[in-house]
Design a protein around this ligand. Sequence first.
Ligand SMILES: [Fe+2]
Length: 285
Amino acid sequence: MCAPVEGAAGGARGATDADGVETGAAGANGAGGASNASDGSSAGGEVGWAGSARSAPAPGAFAGDGAAGGSGGRVRIDHLVTSGTFSLDGGCWHVDNNVWIIGDDEECVVLDAPHDAAAIVAAVGDRHLAAILCTHAHDDHIDAALGVAAATGAGIWLHPADRELWDRTHPNHAPDREIEPGRRFTIGTGDDAVALTALHTPGHTWGSVSFHAPALSTVFTGDTLFQGGPGATGRSFSDFPTIIESITTQLLGLPPETVVRTGHGASTTIGREAPARQSWLDRGH
Ligand SMILES: [Fe+2]
């Protein structure tokens, strides 16, 4: 049996607010604007992947260097919501998950692969999917990863500290690549290229990762930071002081206008969340 929402157990903060869930279809951008690259000032050409040509990606490689083909245009953020369950510690909850697709007209990456591989593949469309980047390995974020990978040939990337969680969902299929802190994934070509930098933000899980895209004025936080505070830390593989440390040192120092696009529910901004840090400490979750 599944309870209504993730976060109902153990006093942990609910990750899905019924009134905050974005329901836009693929192609629609989440709340908060700043969805398009505003200029060509991103770190195009910064090599951060196991580069292979767009036309001939190696299995597991991040094939986004645009060596073959022309510009795919401006990098944009597409968003869809998929629904399913989250299970851990003997509990099960119905959840809606955000899927973020960052790319241009030719190639893209997806952040998380929850619940519905067909919907995610449809949102990618005829673009080359360069990578499936997992914010963490709770089952609701990775349960469709193998299906998306099989349909697209994209490699699955995960921080190694979440491997034990991953293996509970996919015991017979390892992720293709490990996400190292500071790793840059560059999407698009030339002046339109946009870099995503991986930030290790443990606490919700040990291998939780956020992805910062300065050129999009966005940080994708998975379940580490939501509108209203930190993600849940009431279950196994999580720790409240650790998530506070991660948010404080890795996220709250980003420019206040940075849009926080989350794993569940509505977007927020760093500037909106930063002043509430003491209240999170006071309430203890
Ligand atoms: Fe989670």
